[in-house]
Design a protein. Sequence first.
Length: 242
Amino acid sequence: MAAIEICCVSGYSAGRTVLLGFAPACLLHSLSFADVLDEDTGRGYQRRFNAQHSLDFRRYIQKASSTTIPLTFNIRPSDDDLWHLLPSNDNRVTLRVRDGAAKVLAQVDCQHRLGHLGDLSTELPFMLFVGLSVREEMEVFNIINSKAKGLSRSLLDFHDAQLASDLASDRLELFVALFLRNELASPWFRQLDLGGSSTSGLSRRASLRTMQKAIKTFLGRTKAQRVCSPDVVAQMILDFCW
């Protein structure tokens, strides 16, 4: 089989280079993946997949009067020669994906719209960022979805923690909540729901956001942060948990 080629137009979305184009839903589905947060490893950043949400969009997009805003992807840097951009005249660019290549398009904002369209040839518009790192993808995802209805606040809090330069100073309650979740000696070790996907679901008892609220109440009453370092505060709350 020949390499897959998709014709696009190159331009800018504010300060970022993007490609705009159109392609069948089934092709975009076959070339893309959702980087769902794996809570056990900390990899990924997307919310867990909601099948009903995706099926609702599938039913809608097959109606005669349906439409959608562009699906948003990022094509990450690759050392494996999986894809190339072939520029031509008038800002036109061809995205060439090597035959047999793995999924190369990260679904920044289209996971549920595209999730159940693998067998549909419906033409859809897309916008493709070129070369964003995973961290930069996460920042774009947060900006797009921070006010989205139904998006887990715990997931957004986890993103904030990954993006923060000094989490203990910026959001001490989040710093401590993640300490309680990640510390092996904690009764909450891997038992706080982050809003992603995990293999330890049956033991879940609270969300990351709920734990933050409890910690904030504790800090408000004890004022421990005024006289103790963040690490000492975290250990103090861990001891209190027992």
